[in-house]
Design a protein around this ligand. Structure first.
Ligand code: NDP
Ligand code: MG
Length: 384
């Protein structure tokens, strides 16, 4: 029985993690959860489990929950996320699932590594902004960091037992997002509703927009570089419309191992939760009779400028990645609030990254300060 500490319980990944826990009550015990805006959803989850801790957005929400769950410790704010991530430090089999969205996930990841906790990471922004800090800390602690993102989970599965030194390149597949069949001209007129309509996956709003701009794929290249200790020029994105192959590893003998499955996040989540064991899960098998064909196309970097920008930000290093992420987070929020157009997202992020003077190896405090500064600046300029 493994204890699960779940950050971002009310989100898309969080709810799918809970589904797996509820299906397998003899294997997993949900101990602590966090939510943010969806208080009713959080209360609903909490009423189905005996929890030790619930973390909420602010003190006001904490006071509401304290009246309902008198046996549970209720915490709030950034401090609450920290308390959840480091609850029961002696629990060596415990797993932290980080399903938060945005760079708010960085600090609790760092804190969990410091208590040697195993972490299942969905929150890719953690590695985008603080990959250098995470990599360094993982070398000093016993903590293991396993990826839930389907591409990285696929690479992890393909690499099982292989020597990293024999890897020639990683091939990361991309669906192309909601607008993959539109020209740049047509992108001028797309709406929020169109952008939220992902062809293959049902996910949280931010990552759905990030998929349409391919910022998501750019983030995933950075994520892969840190997770698998590989140079960026050996990671290749490729468009694969069907999202059946979740990614591939090419070895130095030119053999390629691909991981295939239905596009269903419950599979990568469950693989990581049960690792190193495989168990029958909730995902349906693939039926090659209905799939028939798989398609691959090279990525057009002019069509998706944020993908190239992510590579550039990674290569320039340091604080550029924090700026890339902060500008993107705020631009996506403004788009979700219907305050800017789809193409404004790109312009805002490109300008922010190009105007920033890089600080090499920023500390956590510097990253947090840059994040705040960039977000405030962009909100001030566009939030009218
Ligand atoms: P959702 O938006 O569905 O969920 C995000 C979770 O984080 C919710 O529980 C939300 O609470 C909480 N949250 C949001 N803002 C804050 C904040 N400022 N402080 C504390 N908690 C907050 O996102 P997803 O589940 O889609 O994605 C989670 C992460 O996983 C992202 O980094 C995403 O890129 C990554 N990912 C997601 C995939 C997917 O299929 N969804 C696939 C691969 C990666 P509330 O809802 O109560 O406001
Ligand atoms: Mg992914």
């Amino acid at each position: 029985m493994k204890n699960i500490y779940l950050l971002g319980a009310t989100g898309s990944i969080g709810l799918q993690t809970i589904e797996i826990i509820e299906e397998n009550p003899d294997d997993f015990n949900l101990v602590a959860i966090s939510g943010y805006n969806q208080l009713d959803e959080l209360i609903d989850i909490a009423s189905r489990f005996s929890l030790r801790m619930i973390s909420v957005k602010n003190e006001e929400d904490a006071n509401v929950l304290k009246k309902v769950f008198t046996e549970t410790t209720i915490v709030s704010g950034d401090e609450g996320l920290k308390e959840l991530a480091t609850l029961n430090p002696g629990d060596k089999d415990g797993i932290l699932v980080n399903a938060l969205v945005g760079m708010v996930g960085l600090r609790p990841t760092i804190e969990a590594i410091q208590i040697d906790r195993t972490i299942l990471l969905a929150n890719k922004e953690t590695l985008v902004v603080g990959g250098h800090l995470i990599q360094e800390l993982l070398e000093q602690h016993k903590s293991k960091l396993y990826p839930l993102d389907s591409e990285h989970n696929a690479i992890w599965q393909a690499l099982n037992g292989e020597d990293l030194a024999s890897v020639k390149r990683l091939i990361i597949t991309a669906s192309g997002g909601a607008f993959r069949d539109l020209s740049r001209e047509e992108l001028k007129h797309v709406t929020l509703k169109d952008a939220l309509n992902h062809p293959n996956w049902s996910m949280g709003q931010k990552i759905t927009i990030d998929s349409a701009t391919m910022m998501n794929k750019g983030f995933e290249l950075i994520e892969a570089a840190y997770l698998f200790h590989i140079d960026m020029d050996r990671i290749q994105p490729i468009i694969h419309r069907e999202s059946i192959i979740h990614s591939m590893v090419e070895f130095n003998d030119n053999s390629i191992i691909a991981q295939m499955a239905q596009h269903d996040m419950r599979l990568p989540i469950s693989y990581a939760m049960y690792y190193p064991k495989r168990t029958p899960g909730l995902t349906q098998p693939l039926d090659f009779g209905t799939i028939k064909e798989l398609h691959f196309e090279e990525v057009d970097y002019e069509r998706y400028p944020l993908l190239g920008l992510a590579i550039e930000a990674y290569q320039q290093g340091g604080s550029k990645r924090a700026v890339l992420n902060a500008a993107n987070e705020i631009a996506v929020s403004l788009f979700l609030e219907n305050k800017i157009t789809f193409l404004d997202i790109e312009n805002i992020v490109i300008d922010a990254v190009h105007n920033h003077k890089v600080i090499p190896n920023p500390s956590l405090e510097e990253i947090i300060a840059i994040d705040k500064e960039i977000k405030t600046q962009i909100r001030f300029e566009y939030d009218r």
